[in-house]
Design a protein. Structure first.
Lengths: 555, 431, 365
């Protein structure tokens, strides 16, 4: 009777698509309660009493949020190819309307405006205002849109669509649809999710044998819904054997989750470590190699972060590239500031480390206030490019955020690049020579003042680069530097002054220790404990983890 | 002997300058209004705007001809986010500059620092920020929200409209989140929420590494029951928190976050894309479409010379507080503190959301409660608002120690913490 | 003999002390006796301000003693100052008794809010003034003893010492911010009522505290002066100038340093204890590493290595701070920052050094 929607074992992609359109036409959550609705949708006929698609779309901007919900429900009953675009735009807040009657409904993508109904380009944007949506609407819309995504080319979208099915409850219809899709699916992850979805469906079966089989199948699944379904069985099933089996399955799942949670913690620790590394590595040069206690180091990081913001303001169309542009820009700007600091202040203070502390602390106050006066005390909004957002989902309980992953990689890259500079270039050689024995280095023809300026510039530049990375994680404001300065010093001192490897090891271990303490002690106490450990450690080994050996160490 | 002379001169300078200050205070026939907001240090980020708001309000009032036939004169001092300095500057304002009212403070600790001084010198303080309650002073008027004007309605909305069953109460470790969360915990339990469905988490100020906590929230929310986060996270810690939420893929549809300290101004420093749909509870949103609000925004933009600047809830609180003070001074016909304090109770002025706020005998005001969802332009979309204005309650009914307490600064009670059970006024009272 | 050693050979010190004594006599008279309408009247505000400066001067003295004379740069002296302050704060809180907002006979208001059942053990005894006074000295002293013993024994010096003292005060700050610690969290201790039965809001009490601070400063100065002019003082200076050589001469360098460090920490604690009743609040913000660095700057500005220089520095920097944050808040940090840089670059001996330089020039011409 309803050819496009009947399920046949042998089907074509086309059939699935059509089926999907039908399915997507169901009002969300309504599939179970209202058997009449699908029939209506399947025929595709619009009763005369219902408003047309155009009218419904034009109804969208008016009325209250509740009215809007109703309109969207009605709209989803209509099969119209413009619907997906309109829903997507509404979801993204890019669907605009003006106050005319009937209103013009426009879809904005970037700078371009198109009429949502006619598809023609619009030139005039005056009077157009965003149609607001709230959480309930968004959930509803996302449900509609997600289900259209089961055939999307993007694995994540397909995965999300399956997840959405599980969350909304799998019924006979959905089960059939998923079963059909499973044979086409290429991604293991999506396959796994579909298997879970089907097993969750079978858990509802009246036959305890099927339930038993479903439990067995789910015992390997890490999906959250599988666990919840099993919990339901373990608590409520009539069959005591099944209850035991479900409980056992949960236990085995928990064991695996425990392992992945450990892996996750490890990553969190390393990620925190990489942030510490980035913040501290410039200091490892200025403090560790040159012996300057640069209290303005945090402010150099801040300047780097503001540079990122500046790049985004100057090139609003290049957000995707902004970080790549900001890295060299921040390096140059902070390096120049650093050189200016070195030439203007620090060069008069060599050999008096405690005085450099005071002078650079003064500079840090000046830089902070300068930023406050120039850019206002308010935080600046730095946006994240698309490619750095999102998560890398390894399995349902372990996903790694790209931002953190990139920062970890970036931190290591910076570290090794710096190593290379120090160990393999002429500048590095001179830097090491000057830091070991200034007089001797001068005697063999090294221009020590020039080397000092460049070294300080290098350390400062790296601080700026760290600022670019931090702008993706935290506030970009005048207080940014203050938040990192003490931690940076701890890292360098813990690792052993003058030893880059020490800085790496100490940053990573501090990150890990902090992260493994946090769940037990709470964020606040974890930090205190780490500090106390550090203080005691320095008492034990005053020169850090990897003390410098030989004459260079004597001061 | 030159040294002696110079040292002496340097010392004399100190005394001389403080005397000059005294002399400065005694001149001119104006009504002085003290503005006590941090312009430097960590709190400058929030408080500078309020200083500008006050200057704008005073300027507007002067355009209307001032007050009691005199011009208003703002006296701005900078307590530099330093709490002892707040007390010192208050003394400066009241003793040296002889101001008739002070508008200021943001954090609870700054208000606590100011309190003894303002009571000793019998000044008037208008405090514009939402706070934890549990306080009522004769000399302080609380124009921000008490917990029952923000936290409780927000939880009601989540509970009733979004059918939330599991709760994460996340806050920065200081008195406002502590008290608010204790009130909420008691309230939720009274509403039948089980212990294991409430997760309370505190973090230090400026906490930057949220990986663990967000992962924990995710796990907590993965049991199938609908979960929400009630956030009393303060200031700087919010940006990394929301970023981490976005990065770990926690969207507002899965686990909505409702915040009590994130307003338009905080959002202007955040990339709001990952925040869309998360919520905040306030008594005012810039997006409210009333003529009063439109006029207020226009005046603000003209005053500050930047149409990108936003308005927020504490600004509205100052707007209400200032207008109430003006009205009370006009009614009393004098700026004498005792008379103005008495005249203030019962004063009604329009707020910016279309209602009329009233000063109550407990020195709190009536306010509407709005729940808004963050939109991608950094504004809020109001999704719920109370039909009536909610009267502020100084002492929470959900806390063991304070449920019998009542504040009433009118005769015959005239007490900030009156125990309705024992019919006594507790603690030390100003005689 | 002692007078000669402590005062007469120290002209700058005599001048500064003389001024302190003079203010300690004049200010109370001008505040209490002179009518408010008189141009010579000193307002309560000025009394409070000067009282605060006196406490800061005592604190600067304690920093100068170890940094200027022994070369130990502590960036954590704020910790001892604050611990002393907290000790006094706890005493003052216990004096509130049942006059708190909840009317609880024993618990502080913030404990009632946290639903605590009884007073924590470490709050016991603070209702007695003598006990509190003892704790004000003992707790920071003990901390300094343990910390210094560990640090000096393993020869943690110079920069490393500075950084771990900074870590110490930072850790304490974070710990005190925790509400579970039972010190009122971020709000700290405030709303004090009376000290030794005297109402803190009364003019006379405030003047009394002011005079007490002045006396403490004078006594503190004389004690420091006694130490630095003693035989021990000479050893201390030689540790500063050549630590290894002093050690090779057979002196127990560690014991000298430790002793001095503990004494200095107690001095700082006394300053904190006098500071709190005058400003009316103590909160964990006082532990902030920033504050500790600022103390070092007072000393550097005044002139390190001369005791009266520390006093001059504390007064002048704080006076400038009060002045600029009142009249031009935006420029204050610029000025303070520039001051740091200038002092270290141009005035290694601080204001006192500059004055000395000017005087010597004057004598020559």
């Amino acid at each position: 009777m309803n050819p496009p929607c009947r399920f046949t074992p042998r089907h074509t992609l086309h059939a699935v698509l059509l089926w999907l359109m039908c399915f997507s036409a169901l009002p969300l959550h309504a599939s179970a309660q209202s058997p009449a609705a699908p029939a209506e949708a399947r025929t595709g006929a619009v009763p005369a009493a219902q408003p047309s698609f155009e009218q419904l779309v034009q109804q969208l901007p008016g009325g209250s949020l509740r009215d809007r919900t109703a309109t969207i429900n009605q709209l989803s009953n209509q099969r119209d190819e413009r619907l997906a675009d309109i829903f997507n735009a509404l979801l993204a807040g890019e669907l605009l309307a003006d106050k005319d009657t009937p209103p013009t409904i426009a879809i904005r993508s970037g700078e371009q405006l198109t009429d949502a109904l006619t598809g023609t380009a619009l030139s005039d944007s005056t009077g157009l205002r965003r149609i607001p949506v709230n959480n309930n609407l968004r959930t509803q819309l996302r449900g509609q849109v997600a289900q259209l995504h089961l055939n999307h080319s993007d694995t994540d979208k397909r995965y999300a669509a399956v997840q959405r099915f599980i969350r909304d409850g799998v019924n006979a219809d959905t089960a059939a649809l998923l079963h059909a899709h499973q044979e086409l699916e290429e991604s293991d992850r999506v396959q796994g999710a579909i298997t879970t979805a089907l097993a969750v469906y079978r858990l509802q079966s009246a036959d305890s044998g099927i339930r038993q089989a479903a439990i067995n199948e789910l015992s390997g699944s890490l999906e959250q819904e599988a666990r919840n379904a099993l919990r339901g069985i373990a608590a409520n099933d009539a069959d005591p054997e099944l209850r035991a089996a479900a409980a056992e399955a949960i236990e085995s799942i928990q064991g695996r989750i425990g392992f992945y949670r450990f892996v996750e913690n490890l990553f969190f620790g390393l990620s925190l470590g990489s942030v510490l590394l980035l913040a501290a590595i410039g200091l490892a040069i200025t403090f560790g190699v040159m012996g300057v206690i640069n209290m303005a180091h945090g402010e150099l990081i801040m300047i780097g972060a503001y540079t990122t913001w500046g790049v985004q303001v100057l090139f609003p169309n290049l957000i995707e590239w902004s970080l790549l542009i900001a890295i060299p820009a921040a390096f140059l700007i902070t390096a120049l500031v650093g050189i200016a600091i070195e030439r203007g202040v620090i060069r008069f203070l060599y050999g008096r480390p405690l005085e450099t502390l005071l002078a650079t602390f003064g500079l840090s106050l000046v830089l902070q206030q300068a930023v406050r006066s120039l850019f206002s005390p308010l935080n600046r909004s730095v946006s994240s490019p698309e490619w750095i957002s999102g998560t890398l989902t390894i399995n349902p309980v372990l996903s790694i955020t790209y931002t953190r992953l990139y920062i970890l990689i970036f931190g290591l890259l910076v570290f090794f690049a710096l190593m290379l500079v120090m160990k393999r270039t002429a500048l590095g050689l001179k830097v090491r020579a000057v830091s070991q024995n200034r007089a001797m280095a001068r005697a063999v023809g090294v221009r020590s003042s020039w080397v000092d300026a460049l070294t300080f510039g290098l350390g400062s530049g790296i601080a700026g680069v760290a600022g670019v990375a931090l702008s993706q994680l935290t506030n970009v404001g005048p207080n940014l530097g203050q938040a990192y300065i003490i931690d940076s010093f701890m890292v360098v001192v813990f690792g052993g002054v003058g030893n880059l490897w020490g800085t790496l090891v100490s940053a990573m271990s501090l990150g890990l220790i902090n992260n493994f303490l946090e769940p037990y002690a709470g964020a606040m106490l974890a930090k205190v404990l780490v500090l106390i450990m550090l203080i005691l450690f320095i008492q034990k080994k005053p020169k850090g983890l990897f003390p410098q050996k030989g004459r260079a160490a004597a001061d | 002997m030159k040294l002696k002379k110079m040292v002496k001169q340097a010392g004399a300078l100190g005394v001389a300058c403080s005397m000059a200050l005294t002399a400065l205070a005694a001149q001119a026939d104006t009504i002085k209004v003290g503005v006590l907001h941090s312009l430097s240090g960590t709190m400058a980020i929030s408080e500078t705007t309020l200083k500008d708001t006050m200057l704008m309000l005073i300027e507007e009032q002067n355009k209307k001809g001032g007050l009691l036939g005199k011009k208003l004169e703002p006296v701005v001092v900078d307590p530099a986010s330093n709490w002892p300095l707040f007390a010192e500057r208050t003394r400066d304002l009241l003793e040296q500059h002889q101001v008739d009212a002070i508008f200021g403070c943001w954090t609870s600790v700054s208000r606590k620092a100011v309190l003894p001084v303002i009571e000793e010198l019998n000044g008037i303080l208008f405090y514009p920020v939402q706070y934890e309650g549990e306080e009522s002073s004769r000399n302080v008027f609380y124009t921000g929200a008490a917990p029952n004007q923000q936290a409780i309605p927000a939880v009601d909305y989540l509970k009733d409209e979004l059918e939330i069953e599991r709760w994460v109460l996340a806050g920065t470790d200081y008195v406002y989140p502590r008290t608010t969360n204790r009130i909420l915990e008691a309230y939720l339990k009274a509403n039948g929420v089980a212990d294991e469905d409430i997760l309370i988490n505190y973090t230090p100020f400026g906490h930057a590494d949220w990986q663990n906590i967000v992962a924990e929230i995710k796990r907590f929310g993965s049991t199938g029951k609908k979960t929400a986060v009630v956030s009393t996270i303060n200031g700087d810690a919010n940006v990394p928190f929301y970023r981490e939420l976005g990065n770990q893929g926690v969207s507002a549809e899965d686990i909505p976050v409702i915040a009590f300290s994130v307003g338009e101004e905080e959002l202007s420093g955040i990339d709001t894309a990952p925040l869309v749909g998360h919520m905040a509870a306030w008594n005012y949103f810039m997006s409210e479409e009333t003529p009063e609000n439109a006029a207020f925004i226009k005046t603000w933009h003209d005053f500050i010379g930047d149409t990108e600047r936003v308005t927020n809830d504490p600004m509205e609180a100052h707007y209400i507080g200032f207008n109430m003070w003006v009205k009370a001074v006009e009614a009393a016909g004098t700026t004498d503190s005792d008379k103005v304090i008495d005249a203030l109770v019962g004063v009604e002025v329009p707020n910016l959301t279309g209602g009329v706020s009233k000063m109550l005998p407990n020195h709190h005001i009536t306010k509407p409660v709005l729940i808004g969802e963050i939109q991608n332009d950094g504004q809020f979309l109001t999704v719920s608002s109370t039909d009536e204005l909610v009267p502020g309650d100084a002492w929470s009914d959900y806390l063991e120690g304070s449920k019998n307490l009542e504040a009433d600064w009118t005769a015959p009670i005239n007490c900030g913490n009156y125990n309705t059970a024992s019919k006594t006024c507790l603690g030390a009272q100003p005689e | 003999m002692l007078t000669q050693r402590l005062l007469l050979s120290d002209r700058g010190g005599m001048v500064v002390l003389g001024l302190v004594v003079l203010t300690a006599i004049l200010v109370p008279i001008l505040n209490l006796v002179v009518p408010t309408s008189s141009p010579f009247y000193v307002s309560n505000f000025t009394v409070a301000l000067l009282g605060k400066f006196l406490c800061f001067a005592l604190l600067a003295l304690s920093v100068d003693l170890i940094w200027g004379y022994c070369g130990i740069l502590s960036l954590g002296h704020g910790a001892f100052f604050s611990l002393g302050g907290y000790g006094m704060g706890m005493y003052l809180m216990r004096q509130i008794g049942d006059r708190g907002v909840y009317g609880h006979p024993e618990l502080m208001d913030f404990m009632v809010v946290l639903n605590w059942e009884s007073l924590p053990w470490y709050w016991q005894g603070f209702d007695m003034f003598w006990f509190s006074l003892l704790m004000i000295l003992l707790v920071p002293g003990l901390l300094a003893l343990v910390f210094g013993w560990l640090a000096f024994r393993s020869r943690v010096t110079g920069v490393y010492f500075a950084i771990i003292t900074q870590a110490l005060t930072y850790a304490l700050m974070l710990a005190f911010f925790r509400n579970e610690m039972g010190f009122g969290g971020n709000n700290g201790l405030n709303d004090f009522k009376e000290i030794l039965g005297f109402d803190l809001a009364a003019k006379t009490t405030r003047v009394g505290l002011f005079v007490a601070s002045a006396i403490a400063l004078v006594l503190g100065y004389l004690a420091c002066r006694y130490i630095v002019t003693s035989r021990m003082g000479r050893v201390i200076v030689s540790i500063r100038d050549a630590e290894s050589r002093t050690r090779f001469c057979g002196y127990q360098v560690e014991s000298y340093k430790l002793w001095l460090f503990v004494f200095s920490s107690m001095l700082a604690a006394i300053a904190g204890a006098l500071y709190v009743p005058q400003v009316g609040i103590i909160n964990p913000g006082e532990f902030s590493p920033l504050n500790s660095i600022e103390m070092v700057v007072w000393v550097a500005t005044g002139g390190r290595g001369t005791l009266f220089g520390a006093i001059v520095g504390a007064f002048s920097v704080n006076y400038a701070k009060t002045f600029f944050t009142t009249f031009s808040p935006e420029t204050w940090l610029f000025i303070l920052g520039a001051l740091f840089v200038l002092v270290t670059l141009v005035l290694p001996k601080g204001i006192v050094g500059l004055l000395g330089h000017v005087r010597r020039k004057g004598d020559k011409s």
